[in-house]
Design a binder for this molecule. Structure first.
Ligand code: PLP
Length: 400
């Protein structure tokens, strides 16, 4: 007898979106392609074809020609590669002197750049989660050409940054802009030109592709990406050495192809699901605080806290009830420190410690909302009644 798999409700698309069927098929097919994309024989050319098809698909998603796409292992590598003092510069130009990062950036930007600490300035966020553009304009009046790192949308709150407006300020001062567009891709329609950025980072696993593939996208094939991180063979136009991860790249391409077609139509559906999730939270916990709701936000993300309830307690209770959510950023799960994003928005540490993130995506349905609502209502009641021990929660979970 085959054991039935328990039904799970997955509300953590901003950490990783489930693999799309089409992406899985592309990965499996590519695994059976023997050749090295750098080889000239038929097997090699078949592997090269897979990589180049994916390059065109990822380029289309970001509104750029295929030649502007460099495949890397993920957005972390893209940020580490791009955020160096020679990004965007010609060979004769002196290096960039300053890096400005918004306070809500992902750790791969905050800690992954290659500027000396003395060159780094942090752009504050307003209370609604958006970058303070007045601060940025003042900063750009100071001497020294700058590179701005500003994400398209925040992974914890979903707040969408005014990248185009920020880029106009930075460009007017002769600087460059790197945009971590990881959370935009597959959630909304976007393009590199619309964002006004010089370089973008994308990650396959956030839009239904496999983990371990990403892209660094430049405004033109001639844009200097500065010192490569990986040196060796001449793969990826000499920018990123090493035999291409053909299977993951093929899966990335398949997921990007669907995302490019569906993103705009998905937005209203995801917004409706998010609204129902927010209603469920408010009904069970009228004092819940929703973060980022005064700013433009991704339609798929809901970040909230219930005063007096620790995120870890609630997250475990929901997990036991079959519902996967995240407390703040998945990468920082297990850390007790409250989110740096909420701190930058001025959220009090006590409240921030309760921050839970729900994020929906291509596979989410009304049924997920119903299961979350039932589990959340039971968990919040139980925790508030003071019975927050895991054993108690587990027994409660059995009844949800
Ligand atoms: N940037 C943002 C906004 C993210 O949410 C993530 C993933 O957590 C990353 C960058 C890192 O992406 P990857 O897992 O591809 O390195």
């Amino acid at each position: 007898m085959v054991a039935e798999r328990p039904i799970r409700t997955y509300l953590d698309y901003n950490a990783t979106a489930p693999l799309r069927r089409e992406a899985r098929a592309a990965v499996v097919a590519a695994l059976d392609t023997a050749g090295n994309p750098s080889s000239v024989h038929a097997e090699g050319r078949a592997a090269r074809q897979l990589v180049e098809t994916a390059r065109a698909d990822v380029g289309r998603l970001a509104g750029v020609p295929a030649r502007c796409v460099t495949f890397v292992s993920g957005a972390t590598e893209a940020a580490n590669a791009a955020l160096n003092p020679r990004l965007g510069l010609g060979p004769a130009e002196p290096p960039l002197e300053r890096l400005i990062v918004s306070a809500g950036e992902h750790p791969c930007v905050l800690h992954g750049h290659r500027f000396p600490p003395s060159a780094v300035e942090t752009a504050p966020l307003l209370g609604d989660g958006r970058i303070d553009l007045d601060w940025l304009a003042d900063a750009c009046r100071r001497p020294g050409r700058a590179l701005l790192a500003l994400q398209g949308a925040n992974n914890e709150t979903g707040v969408v940054q005014p990248v185009a407006a920020a880029a106009a300020i930075v460009h007017a001062a002769g600087g460059f802009v790197f945009c971590d567009a990881v959370q935009l891709a597959g959630r909304v329609a976007f393009s590199l030109a619309g964002l006004g950025a010089d370089a973008l980072a994308l990650s396959a696993h956030k839009l239904g592709g496999p983990k371990g593939a990403g892209a660094l996208i430049s405004a033109s094939a001639g844009t200097s990406l500065g010192h490569p991180l990986l040196r060796g063979g001449g793969q990826e136009r000499g920018v990123r050495a090493g035999t291409e991860n053909v299977a993951s790249i093929a899966g990335f391409g398949a997921a990007a192809e669907i995302a490019a077609i569906e993103a705009a139509d998905e937005t209203p559906r995801l917004a409706a699901l998010r609204q129902r999730l927010a209603d469920a939270v408010r009904e069970a916990a009228p004092d819940a605080v929703e973060f980022g709701r005064d700013a433009p936000r991704l339609a798929n993300t809901l970040c909230f806290a219930v005063p007096g309830i620790e995120a870890s307690t609630l997250m475990i209770a929901l997990d036991l009830a079959g519902v996967a959510v995240s407390s703040g950023a998945a990468c920082s799960s297990g850390k007790v420190a409250p989110s740096h994003v909420l701190a930058a928005m001025g959220v009090a540490p006590d409240l921030a410690r309760g921050a839970i993130r729900l994020s929906v995506g291509w596979g989410s349905t009304e049924r997920d909302v119903e299961r979350f609502s039932a589990a959340f209502c039971a968990a919040a009641r139980r925790i508030r009644a003071g019975r927050s021990r895991v054993a108690d929660l587990a027994s409660e979970a059995g009844r949800v």
